[in-house]
Design a binder for this molecule. Structure first.
Ligand SMILES: [Ca+2]
Length: 358
């Protein structure tokens, strides 16, 4: 007896295709399940501190390492803003071996009474376009979305949270208690400058930062892969984070192997503020000051911006949110702009000191 469906015309390839799709769906489901389990497991056993190696006895500037001078091949070839690569001589300098921590920033605030930009109301004269809820003190915080529309609009994972600032990095109901060794976040250029001045230091220029991240090597990088020794994002940003590097979100400073100069977390963990004003590429600086060591902040600052537009500074190094599918900026030559009056939860800084070497 023929089967009831035997008389129906069938396309011979339908079965294998449906089967293949089912296998793909099952595989994707299993991967998402595994990612979710890893995420939960890591959140429940979050490390709050990583031991740093002792610095050499007699170091004149505790917590800093010496970065020798040389000639930097500044820039890279992945995104337009990194081009063109240009040569920039850099003098030697001292640099914090870690990002500035919550404990260090708390000491500054306690001593100075400083109030960060995120703790102040937004000036409606500067931002007449903003609704009242976006004029409240606060910061932009990453919140992993539960669903995602196809337009890729970043507001699906970046939220302006009133009450978020450096003491409440994930919003007003979060705290830095027990997280003293984590990098301080939700700061702006002005905040980082204030800390650096109080500490008798400075923020690095973009060239200084990039030279240090390149381990004081004049070599131009030939690979652009995701670094193993850095806190980045593994999985499909922004919805699936397997955290194979050990951290879902921020990591305490110094949890990954340092670079050849002894600097920790130059790539990943948090973006770092520099003192250079942002320009859309290296072309402007290459034209105005070819192969010269210059204060790029001064040059960029002479450029008139768009009327009403808030100035931006260069940030470097990528963060725990950088993933191959979205933002391959876990590289020394990568750069982005950050508005001077907007605090963000993936942004921190470190300082330098221009002083004679060892
Ligand atoms: Ca990570």
């Amino acid at each position: 007896m023929p089967r009831p469906d035997a008389a129906r015309p069938r396309k011979p390839w339908t079965g294998p295709v449906v089967g293949g799709v089912l296998v793909l769906i099952l595989a994707l489901g299993a991967w998402l399940w595994w990612s979710a389990k890893s995420y939960q497991s890591l959140q429940s056993q979050e490390r709050l501190h990583c031991d740093l190696p002792q610095l050499a006895a007699g170091s004149p500037y505790p917590g800093m390492v010496w970065v020798p001078g040389g000639t930097l091949a500044m820039g890279d070839t992945v995104y337009a803003e990194e081009m063109p690569v240009r040569k920039v001589p850099v003098q030697g300098f001292w640099m914090d071996r870690t990002e500035v921590t919550n404990a260090q920033f708390a000491a500054f605030v306690q001593a100075s009474g400083y109030v960060t930009v995120a703790e102040r109301a937004v000036d409606p004269k500067v931002h007449p376009e903003l609704p009242p809820d976006l004029l409240l003190p606060g910061a932009v915080v990453f919140v992993s979305p539960t669903s995602l529309s196809g337009d890729g609009n970043p507001t699906q994972w970046w939220r302006y949270l009133a009450g978020a600032h450096w003491r409440h990095p994930g919003g007003q109901h979060t705290s830095i208690a027990g997280r003293e060794a984590f990098p301080v976040v939700n700061l702006t250029f002005q905040d980082a400058q204030a800390y650096a001045k109080w500490a008798g230091r400075a923020l690095p220029t973009e060239a200084q930062w990039e030279w240090a991240a390149r381990e004081a090597s004049a070599q131009t990088p030939t690979t652009h892969g995701q670094p193993a020794q850095a806190n980045t994002w593994q999985g499909m940003f922004p919805v699936a984070n397997s955290a194979q590097d050990g951290f879902v979100g921020l990591a305490p400073v110094g949890c990954y192997a340092p670079n050849a100069l002894g600097l920790f977390d130059m790539l990943g963990n948090v973006w770092e503020i520099t003192r250079d004003r942002y320009t859309a590429s290296h072309a402007v600086l290459a034209q105005e000051a070819p192969e010269a060591e210059v204060d790029t902040a001064a040059i960029a600052g002479r450029k008139p911006g768009t009327p009403g537009q808030v100035p931006s500074h260069v940030i470097k190094g990528g963060s725990f949110l950088c993933a191959p599918n979205y933002c391959m900026r876990y590289r020394a030559g990568a750069r982005q702009a950050q508005e001077d009056d907007l605090a963000v939860s993936h942004l921190g800084f470190r300082t330098i000191l221009q002083a004679p070497g060892p």
